[in-house]
Design a binder for this molecule. Structure first.
Ligand SMILES: [Zn+2]
Length: 285
């Protein structure tokens, strides 16, 4: 557990360095994306228990509907769930299947009812720029359609954006993703947060915040440039993919374990470029 400020603590999972943020306020007790493995979730539970007093509203904030971010929800039934009002039920359904696959493949013992994770019941469907107590929420789609960020005092929590561990994961939309990077940049300029918390890996402070934004832009620009060149030169998909796989991110080759995500990004960008040209050349694989 890492102490960020007086009221903010971060628990980091061994899987994907997923961060669960705990915020203890006078009137609110908040957990963001509550953990992954049962033992890790139990540690968060026992940490927050002394602070669960009647004067505090208990909130679970979910930054988006990916499986690692929703796995801990059923362990906190007393907490009111906060999601974006764009919550993507189809994506959540895929996430639940993925979680079931993971749990049954690796024999992870979770006390799901009838072996199934229930759907999330949202109590607060927040709109873009809506506030709830000291928290302000912002819709930041692109990673998923339902991704959201929020500010709290001098912190900005941006979900799965701007992690130091990974290049952008553009699961939903390139244009939304690019717009979200602009929205986050504006928020950083307006709010001047001292700390930016990504949901995977260490936080960023000071100039590192802008360095991460620049890295995300550079990665996307490079893939877009490759796709544009491929169109002009009539590259095949496999030729373009081979070139994409030889790219570097932050001075290092694309890690083996992230190549499938890199390929999916390329496919998303390829699809959006061809769509804009009214062509239907989306590759099969
Ligand atoms: Zn995610």
């Amino acid at each position: 557990m890492k102490h960020i400020t007086d009221h903010v603590f971060v628990f980091t999972s061994v899987v994907q360095q997923l961060n669960s943020i705990v915020i203890i306020e006078d009137n609110y007790l908040v957990i963001v994306d509550p953990g992954f493995f049962p033992g890790e979730i139990a540690s968060i539970r026992s940490f927050v228990q002394p602070y669960e007093i009647p004067s505090r509203t208990l909130l679970l904030i979910l930054t988006h509907s990916h499986f690692d971010h929703i796995a801990g929800v059923p362990y906190f039934p007393e907490y009111a769930v906060v999601t974006s009002n764009t919550w993507d039920r189809d994506n959540e359904e895929r996430a639940i299947r993925q979680l079931e696959h993971c749990d049954t493949e690796f024999y992870i013992d979770r006390p799901w009812e009838h072996g199934k994770l229930p759907f999330v019941t949202t109590h607060y469907h927040v709109q873009h720029q809506e506030t709830l107590g000291p928290f302000q929420f912002f819709h930041t789609p692109g990673h998923t359609h339902d991704s959201m960020s929020f500010s709290y005092k001098n912190l900005l929590c941006v979900g799965d954006y701007l992690s130091s561990l990974e290049f952008p994961f553009i699961n939903a939309s390139l244009s939304d993703y690019q717009n979200t990077l602009l929205v986050i940049t504006e928020l950083v300029q307006q709010l001047s947060p001292t700390t930016l918390l990504s949901q995977h890996g260490p936080p960023a402070e000071g100039t590192e915040i802008f360095a991460r934004i620049d890295s995300a832009h550079a990665y996307i620009d490079e893939l877009c440039h490759l796709v544009e060149t491929a169109q002009q030169q009539h590259y095949s998909w496999s030729n373009m993919l081979a070139q994409a796989n030889s790219l570097f991110y932050q001075g290092r080759p694309i890690p083996l374990g992230l190549k499938s995500v890199h390929k999916r990004n390329l496919k998303t960008i390829w699809g959006e470029y061809h769509h804009s040209l009214h062509m239907s050349l989306i590759p099969e694989s």
